[in-house]
Design a protein around this ligand. Structure first.
Ligand SMILES: Cc1cc2nc3c(=O)[nH]c(=O)nc-3n(C[C@H](O)[C@H](O)[C@H](O)COP(=O)(O)OP(=O)(O)OC[C@H]3O[C@@H](n4cnc5c(N)ncnc54)[C@H](O)[C@@H]3O)c2cc1C
Ligand code: FES
Length: 282
């Protein structure tokens, strides 16, 4: 069992939890993830290791409550435990060789995944600009944390209630136009956002790394659930990724595969909703 040592609501939909997991903390690196199961009936759900503390023996996860399992996890409290935590899984983020200046872009809860990558780069002396995009001010997360690991932090909101009004791609284009020379861009967020960031960087030949979020089941390369097409080749995000060269990723196929269980997930949500008195479907 893995004990929840700390729980903090970052906004109405996003929760941070610090879990007691010394063996995972000992080996974790930026870019890796865990797969958890709440109880013996639970689904296997992947979440990025947002942070870790080797001395305390803890890993931090930050998750958006989007459906059955993440809502159930969000309903647990400090002192409660979850049944399984497997990890660290996936290939750690590779610091691009010779990179001196990198833009790290996070969209919404994708900032939870972008943050450890920005921190890893910053800690080895890379100049990091972070662009963090949110729908509106009330859901901004990790602002202080991202500021602490970047030279410049730019926040964008779709509705203009905080930072620059617009999308992360507008800010990125603006920074490139202003003469910033990025050796690499790392983009993590909703699939359309990553696709459009790649469209911005491609004409300039800026290497762009994206972190893919296909449906994962076993996390060991055996089930095929997380199959993605990269450079025309089949890859398994759980063992070959989740980071890939964004200019090679078939984003349309990824979006199509990710929506395969939409009907069942919707049904699941409605089911939970009745149990919890309607709070979930809001
Ligand atoms: C490598 C990786 C790292 C991730 N890291 C984070 C993170 O740090 N924070 C965060 O909020 N989310 C993260 N996700 C997404 C997270 O796994 C899904 O939000 C979660 O699985 C939703 O499950 P649910 O039962 O709550 O919702 P559901 O209603 O079942 O699903 C909602 C959506 O979540 C996705 N999803 C559902 N089941 C899975 C699954 N087994 N594997 C992958 N995606 C699934 C689908 O796109 C689905 O449409 C990550 C996904 C991957 C693949
Ligand atoms: S999750 Fe099964 S092959 Fe990747």
């Amino acid at each position: 069992m893995y004990k929840i040592l700390k729980k903090k609501e970052l906004n109405a939909q996003v929760t941070l939890m610090e879990l007691e997991a010394p063996l995972i903390a000992k080996k974790a690196l930026a870019g890796q993830f865990i797969i958890f199961r709440i109880d013996e009936f639970g689904e296997r759900i992947p979440l990025t290791i947002a942070d870790y503390d080797r001395e305390k023996g803890t890993v931090t996860i930050i998750f958006q409550k989007v459906g059955r399992s993440t809502i159930m996890l969000g309903n647990l409290n400090e002192g409660d435990s979850i049944l399984d935590l497997v990890g660290p899984l996936g290939v750690p983020t590779e610091i691009p060789e010779g990179a001196k200046k990198v833009a790290v872009i996070g969209g919404g809860v994708g900032c939870a995944i972008a943050y450890p990558q920005a921190k890893a780069l910053y800690n080895v002396g890379v100049e990091v600009d972070v662009i963090a995009g949110f729908r509106s001010r009330d859901i901004v997360i990790l602002e202080d944390e991202m500021r602490a690991v970047s030279k410049n932090l730019y926040i964008t909101t779709d509705d203009g209630t905080y930072g620059m009004k617009g999308f992360v791609t507008n800010k990125l284009q603006e920074l490139i136009d202003a003469g910033n020379k990025y050796d690499c861009v790392i983009a993590i967020g909703p699939v359309p956002m990553m696709k459009f960031v790649c469209a911005v960087t491609k004409p300039y030949g800026i290497k762009t790394i994206v972190s893919l979020n296909p449906i994962m089941i076993d996390g060991t390369g055996m089930c095929g659930g997380c199959r993605v097409r990269v450079g025309g080749q089949i890859k398994y995000a759980c063992v070959d990724g989740p980071d890939f060269d964004g200019h090679e990723v078939d984003f349309d196929e990824l979006m199509h595969r990710n929506s395969a269980y939409k009907e069942q997930e919707q049904h699941d949500r409605e089911h939970i909703c009745r149990l919890t008195g309607g709070a979930v479907n809001a």
